[in-house]
Design a protein around this ligand. Structure first.
Ligand code: GUN
Ligand code: ZN
Length: 497
């Protein structure tokens, strides 16, 4: 096992990391997008990807190269980097995708790994078995046994300095995904792709993608680099990055361009439906939709592919900036508004708030409450757990009023939806410096009430008064029976009232 990955900054499960690829003696900053290069069809050349788009890694298919006489000879002769004209890191796939598609391939893990080493791949892939979503449990287990054998074969091959992928399969059986991840983690392989998620993404099943990623992350050490195999739509990069995906590969930029589809971070548009080009890239600032529609087919395909790449790399940079600034969840929240399926994905992410909380930094940029979903963020879960361990005085006022005095009480704490009670000493710390809307919503009030409940549960002898700003009945109902609830208008925090 090599130490090939280091985390520099993190937010939620997302991180800015450094993947070191020994053969090229290079580092790839993650999250990274690896454009897929079909060695037979090149819409945008690898040299241009490197020079103009800033790609420092790409992915291509060793199985196709091996099966195509002239490509095989050139790759063996010149090496992959020379053949493609790319000096960055090159990841190669093994033919597993063809195996899944056609049911059979004529190469073993030992053969394809040796070939990948011979042609100078930086990260090679064994022949894993991509079990599709919703497969029967028995089938999934049988496929996993084959993948485990492939990983064992990969460990036995002399792969030199080359890194090797340990794909994590398991279909939509989350316990099997987690077990597969734990098994992969225990091998001496290097990079951990989560496989067979393309059908989920094609069907907009982003909640299932999140659950599968969460299961894989539970089985993998936090320091393991994770590749979301086949994830190429920029709409979901932020969501997947927040779940801990470090590497993405995009065939979508080229495949979509071929049939006139224009990628945006808010979804896919057909060129025929565009009256404006809603993008700042060089293609979109120098063309109109009519220009693109009027271009020759191969020119149009190239222009759309370039736009698609600009959008995809732009979103990756936005994600990195968000991780640095500690507002990745705000970005995910924005993206979740693009499509109801993305909202499902974000809600699924929040279902894993406790898992996320264990890794989320305890201090970062200002928490922005921008939707009812914010009430379920990991920071809220963390504070509620903390309330369950806090000591409260004998009499306590929890108030939404701006400057609690509370002379009738031993202490007066802020009551801050969605967090709940905030002891004074914490008031100026993250996340309680949050920007919150003046018009608090019901989910925030209900979350705050749950916080009160946690505090009371830990301090059954404390006499608690809640001074709330016109809370909804559903929130008041969540307060423990022992708590006295008074609307702020009654001014229980003012002894002179
Ligand atoms: N490309 C997209 N999905 C997969 C997968 O599950 N395994 C491999 N090897 N390649 C893929
Ligand atoms: Zn554009």
């Amino acid at each position: 096992m090599r130490d090939c990955f280091e985390t520099r900054h993190s937010d939620v499960l997302g991180r800015i990391g450094e993947l070191t690829v020994p053969r090229a003696d290079q580092t790839v900053e993650t999250p990274a997008l690896l454009p897929v290069i079909n060695p037979n069809i090149r819409t945008v050349s690898p040299a241009r990807l490197e020079a103009e788009f800033g790609a420092d890694a790409l992915i291509t298919n060793a199985y196709i190269i091996r099966g195509t006489d002239d490509l095989r000879e050139r790759a063996l002769d010149e090496g992959l980097h020379e053949m493609l004209g790319f000096s960055g890191a090159i990841v190669t796939d093994s033919g597993s995708f063809q195996l899944a598609e056609y049911g059979d391939i004529d190469v073993t893990t030992r053969e394809i790994l040796s070939f990948q080493r011979e042609i100078g791949s930086d990260v090679a892939t064994p022949v894993d078995v991509p079990t599709p979503p919703d497969a029967a449990r028995e089938q999934t287990e049988a496929d996993l046994a084959t993948t485990e054998q492939a990983l064992a074969d990969a460990e036995a091959v002399d792969t030199g300095e080359m890194l090797v992928n340990a794909p994590v399969q398991g279909s939509t059986h989350l316990d099997l995904r987690e077990a597969a991840a734990r098994h992969a983690d225990a091998t001496d392989l290097d990079v951990f792709p989560v496989g067979a998620v393309v059908p989920l993404m094609n069907d907009y099943r982003y909640a299932d993608v999140v659950d599968v990623l969460a299961a894989a992350k539970r089985g993998l050490g936090a320091d393991r680099p994770v590749h979301l195999f086949g994830a190429g739509h920029p709409m979901m990069f932020a969501l997947a990055a927040a779940m801990g995906a470090d590497l993405f590969d995009s065939a979508a930029y080229a495949i979509y361009a071929r049939d006139d589809r224009y990628l945006t971070v808010r979804g896919t548009r057909h060129l025929d439906d565009l009256t404006y080009l809603p993008c700042e890239c060089p293609i979109c600032t120098s063309h109109t939709p009519a220009d693109l529609r009027g271009a020759a087919a191969d020119e149009r395909e190239r222009l759309l592919a370039e736009h698609n790449l600009h959008v995809s790399f732009g979103e990756l940079r936005r994600i990195k900036a968000a991780i640095r600034e500690g507002n990745l969840l705000e970005l995910v929240e924005t993206r979740s508004r693009a499509h109801p399926a993305m909202l499902d994905g974000y809600r699924a992410l929040l279902d894993h708030a406790a898992q996320l909380e264990r890794h989320d930094p305890t201090s970062k940029g200002t928490f922005f409450y921008c939707s009812a979903e914010s009430a379920r963020r990991p920071e809220v879960v963390r504070h509620h757990d903390r309330l369950g361990r806090l000591d409260a005085p004998a009499t306590l006022l929890l108030t939404e009023g701006s400057s609690p005095s509370g002379d009738r009480f031993d202490a007066a704490w802020r009551l801050l939806p969605p967090f709940g009670p905030v002891p004074r000493a914490l008031s100026e710390t993250y996340p309680f410096t949050a920007e919150l809307p003046d018009r608090t919503d019901r989910p925030a009030q209900e979350a705050a009430a749950r916080g009160v409940d946690r505090l009371v549960d830990a301090n059954p002898d404390t006499d608690v008064t809640v001074a709330h700003d016109d809370w909804a009945a559903s929130a008041l109902d969540r307060l423990p029976a022992s708590v006295r609830a008074e609307p702020l208008g009654a001014r229980p925090d003012r002894d002179d009232a």
